[in-house]
Design a protein around this ligand. Structure first.
Ligand code: B12
Ligand code: SF4
Length: 460
């Protein structure tokens, strides 16, 4: 059940649990910012059917297993790390009423409420051993299961796990312990062909942290896509140094349907890049952007502001620097995601000012910088950069760009996002929330006293 698609997510979840009385429910928490929704779901499930066993998985609960279990007594188990094998073993043992302490990768509190971790589960060695995701079980025709893209149905997909680098803020590298595994290009192409033929999907954001860690992955992908002629389009993620390494493949990528590379370029100063262990230089970043342009590929950069020594001048230079090169960007406030080296460093230095995980979404400041102590002030600075960037004539003109993807992106941003920011500033409405999102406490208020009072009091 993907509650993010339900018109009444909490009500539908509660009704389903009451109706089906499942033995086990697994809850997936993909972002730190969603941890309280995951916990609230656990409370609701336990209230609806106290016998249901609850297991939670995802990066945040994996890194913060003990904290999560202590904070939310409704959660029985946490799957630490990759879920496929752990969950299968877990369910087999639950079915046979066997000892769960033998399942690697499980965390729980025992009868004495002591924290137990059964030990690391090794990563799945061969990702090709996993089947194609069960798309037939997902609501593929739901309007939210898409990407903003001109006239075409999009989808987010994933073909590799992890990354070999160790940027200090990166939860992926920490989760996969600096390892990288990939699916073979043939299986990638099989999946894409299925998505085309059965689900009419033509455009994809490939969520792999770093698509082309090895050249062979790019070469194989290009060959397969040229052979299949599915005329699909891709937005891939990579690093500046890998784009430079693979310059000779860039035309091939374009011919295979790639329209854009997204790179985590982060900042315009080598000192900051060094500090966050980006392991490439500003010069490499510029060259990579120029190369992509030369080969008629769009440049999307993800950028990070909010570094400790950052000054107003830095932010202005940053804005001018990236405004010159990128087609569009994802602007983020550097966030100490639990589990990352940055989290432990910042905690130690006492720079984390906001412990409400709802705000750990890269869009809210949770750490101050040397010059600006007030987090709300930093949030305003963030929004101001977004506004200044998109209101420039150069960006406004992209609304009429002959490139349909860029045109659509800018129309989307300048109308929808700018409008949302304005509504937020005038009326305080949330900026990035789906129309069907409901806060759990609002659901409980609407629901009344039917749920046990203790559980209502625990709502996050
Ligand atoms: C696809 C994706 C998106 C998509 C779709 C999101 C969605 N709602 O489905 C889009 C582009 C919309 C998106 C947006 C955002 N995303 Co995003 N996204 C991803 C991405 C690339 C892939 C996620 C995925 O499907 N992974 C594949 C699955 C198989 O991996 P997994 O979720 O980790 O699950 C495994 C284990 O964790 C475990 N597991 C997970 N759940 C469960 C449950 C049980 C019961 C069990 C047993 C095991 C288990 O088993 C799984 C298989 O091994 C990840 C990065 C990544 N490579 O994972 C970022 C990532 C999840 N996103 C992230 C962020 C921050 C966001 C945004 C907040 C960014 C923003 N500022 O707007 C928004 C949130 C929007 C939203 N409302 O969801 C961060 C989260 C970091 C964190 N710790 O908080 C990630 C990790 C990227 C990163 N490092 O920055 N995202
Ligand atoms: S290169 Fe990207 S995915 Fe790899 S560690 Fe750095 S931020 Fe994470």
């Amino acid at each position: 059940m993907d509650c993010t698609l339900n018109e009444n997510p909490w009500r539908d979840l509660e009704e389903k649990i009451r109706r089906e009385k499942p033995d086990v429910v697994g809850i997936s928490v993909i972002c730190t910012a969603f941890i309280y929704d995951g916990m609230n779901a656990a409370y609701l499930i336990k209230a609806a059917n106290p016998k249901t066993m609850i297991i939670m998985g995802g990066e945040h609960p994996s890194f913060m297993a003990e904290e999560t279990l202590r904070d939310c007594p409704a959660i029985d188990y946490i799957c630490v790390g990759e879920g496929e094998v752990t969950l299968t073993e877990f369910l087999r043992r639950v079915e046979k009423k066997e000892d769960l302490s033998k399942v690697l990768g499980l965390a729980y509190l025992n009868e004495k409420r002591e924290f137990v971790y059964t030990g690391d589960r090794p990563f799945i060695r061969d990702l090709d051993s996993l089947p194609i995701p069960a798309y037939h079980l997902a609501k593929m025709e739901h309007p939210f299961v898409t990407l903003p893209s001109e006239g075409k149905r999009g989808l987010v997909i994933n073909f590799s796990r992890g990354c070999l680098w160790d940027c200090t803020f990166c939860s992926e590298s920490a989760f996969y312990k600096k390892t990288w595994r990939r699916r073979s290009p043939k299986l990638i192409a099989d999946e894409l062909q299925l998505l085309k033929e059965k689900y009419n999907r033509d455009i994809f954001y490939v969520g792999d942290n770093t698509f082309n860690v090895v050249r062979e992955q790019g070469i194989g992908f290009i060959e397969e896509m040229l052979k299949r002629k599915t005329k699909q389009h891709f937005w891939l993620q990579s690093r500046a140094d890998l784009i430079l390494r693979d310059e000779d493949l860039l035309d091939g990528y374009r011919e295979a349907g790639v329209y854009q590379f997204m790179m985590g370029l982060e900042y315009h100063s080598d000192a900051v890049l060094k500090d966050i262990k980006k392991r490439h230089t500003v010069e490499q970043a510029i060259k990579a952007m120029e190369l992509l342009k030369k080969h008629k590929l769009m440049v999307m950069a993800t950028l990070l502001i909010g570094h400790w020594n950052e000054t107003e001048k830095d932010r202005n230079d940053f804005f001018k620097f990236f405004g010159k090169y990128v087609d569009h960007f994802g602007l983020n406030l550097i966030t100490p995601l639990p589990g990352t080296p940055l989290f432990y460093q910042m905690k130690e230095l006492g720079r984390i000012k906001d412990w409400d995980y709802r705000n750990y979404d890269y869009l809210h400041a949770v750490m101050s910088v040397k010059e600006v102590d007030d987090l709300e002030q930093l949030n305003l600075i963030y929004r101001d950069i977004m506004r200044r960037y998109y209101w420039r004539p150069r960006e406004m003109l992209k609304i009429f760009s002959p490139n349909p993807i860029l045109r659509h992106h800018h129309r989307y941003y300048i109308t929808k996002v700018a409008f949302n920011i304005m509504m937020h500033e005038i009326f305080g409405t949330p900026i990035w929330v789906q129309p069907n999102y409901q806060e759990y406490k609002d659901y409980l208020a609407e629901r009344g006293e039917v749920l046990p009072k203790e559980l209502m009091a625990l709502a996050k």
